[in-house]
Ligand binder design. Structure first.
Ligand code: EPU
Length: 417
């Protein structure tokens, strides 16, 4: 096990390249198995979750070849096989195998997903969707067995706006007989990315990115080539880190529109932001104003950027209130920030953050974005070394983190625990 060491207090300066989106990649990889021929994915991030998914597809008989940021998935030898344990337990997005295998074979047995467990994350809306499409869903010793003689298009209203349920239903419905509509669908850019891939494979999906998605089922899907959208959460984390260290950073290879809610919030605090076509320059300032942040579904402020933002808000004067309306209790990073001297208390689904200096400490990342929060916090601390354990969580979502931060002038390194 490694830990991350940060000698903070240096303003980040320079340019950072953003890789493909994790939360797209781990939906696009299982989507590819719906095709009859090979799918090529470009701009793939180098992340542990992507490697685990590669192993999962190989276990199912697909041939997966990877060369840097490109992956070729040939699903011709794919078989329907129960996957109750093992790698499926290692990542949350293994639930996409349910929709993909159901669409491809009419049957799937998948262990309940693992991944970042910052709070209970139910999948009732996924199951509701599969059942509406005509599948029977039973729980067999902790694995879901999903089976349909014939998937049939249906009208599905999601009780909760869910990224995972929206994508999972799109996957299965793309091979159903007839038309499926998803009402109250999630609108995240990753959903558009999955719909774009499926349409390039021959699916007929309209309305992705709006709250109503219409999917006309087709008999066959074929291979294609697709480039993954940039990771807006990784980009947002570097933007926040640039502001927190009073640096001057160009976050490159991004879609600025995907980051509008964050950009607006940073500007409200007093950070200077310059948007270009495919990059955003963030220029930190000596003083920041406190702000209130509400994490919502897209296009609202992203819950995944709530934790890193809580570290930045310790640098603002006055009291900020950060409320997460997506997850009620995603605050495992707060006690760690308090260990670093932050004045934060949690009330219900809000963190009340009073500005003040942080100091170096030994802290623990308990999930991916909690880890990102601690990295941002550590980068702000002059004098002393912040030690972060639980680096394996951070590696799920930030590729080349140490190299990227070092290129920006930070003193960051890994050390064996
Ligand atoms: N929910 C339900 N029932 C369901 C599904 C979701 O009640 O069947 C609730 C959840 O408990 C949560 C809300 O609905 O309160 C939204 O959950 P959603 O389904 O949208 O989350 P997800 O698809 O499981 C993805 C990302 C998360 C990100 C959320 C929200 C992946 C693999 N994960 O999760 O990313 O926080 O959307 O944007 O795409 C991360 O990258 O660190 C991460 C956790």
């Amino acid at each position: 096990m490694e830990k991350l060491m940060i000698a903070g207090g240096r303003p980040l300066r320079g340019t950072v390249q953003i890789s493909g989106a994790k939360n797209s990649a781990i939906a696009l990889i299982p989507a590819a198995i719906l095709a009859e021929t090979a799918v090529t994915l470009d701009n793939l991030p180098l992340l542990s979750d992507v490697s685990i998914y590669t192993e999962l597809l190989t276990e199912l008989g697909a041939t997966v070849e990877r060369d840097h940021d490109q992956m070729v998935i040939d699903p011709r030898q794919l078989v329907s096989k129960p996957m109750p344990n093992g790698n499926v337990k290692k990542l949350r997005a293994s639930y996409y195998l349910m929709g993909a295998l159901l669409g491809r074979f009419g049957e799937a047995t998948i262990g309940m997903p693992g991944g970042c467990n910052f709070e209970p994350r139910p999948i009732d809306q996924h199951i509701k969707g599969f059942e509406a499409l005509g599948a029977q869903v039973t729980n067999e010793n902790g694995a879901l067995h999903i089976k349909a003689k014939q998937l049939r298009g249906a009208k599905i209203y999601l009780d909760v706006v869910s990224v995972g349920a929206t994508i999972n239903i799109m996957l299965a419905a793309s091979r159903a007989k007839g038309v499926t509509t998803i009402e109250n669908a999630a609108k995240e850019p990753e959903i558009i990315d999955v719909a774009t891939l499926l349409n390039s494979m021959g699916a007929k999906i309209k309305g992705a990115g709006t709250e109503t998605i219409r999917i006309e089922g087709v008999d066959n899907l074929h291979g294609c080539r697709h480039s993954i959208i940039p990771d807006r959460i990784q980009a947002g984390t570097y933007m926040i880190a640039a502001a927190a260290t009073r640096g001057d950073v160009i976050v490159d290879s991004v879609i600025p529109k995907h980051l509008e809610a964050l950009t607006a919030k940073l500007q409200e605090m007093g950070v200077h932001i310059y948007e270009m076509d495919e990059s955003i320059r963030v220029v930190g300032q000596p003083e920041y104003m406190s702000v209130d942040v509400k994490a919502l579904v897209y296009p609202g402020y992203a819950t995944d950027l709530q934790s890193p933002m809580s570290s930045l808000l310790t640098q603002a004067s006055g009291v900020s209130v950060l409320t997460d309306y997506v997850y009620s209790n995603r605050f495992k990073h707060i006690p760690e920030l308090v260990r670093m001297g932050a004045k934060i208390r949690v009330e219900g689904r809000s963190a009340i953050i009073e500005g003040g200096m942080l100091s170096a400490a030994k802290v623990k990342a308990t999930d991916l974005r909690a880890g990102a929060a601690l990295v941002v916090a550590g980068l702000t601390v002059p004098g002393g070394i912040t030690e972060i354990t639980g680096v394996e969580y951070i590696d799920r979502g930030y590729d080349h983190l140490v190299a990227n931060l070092s290129n920006l002038g930070a003193e960051v390194w890994r050390r064996d625990e």
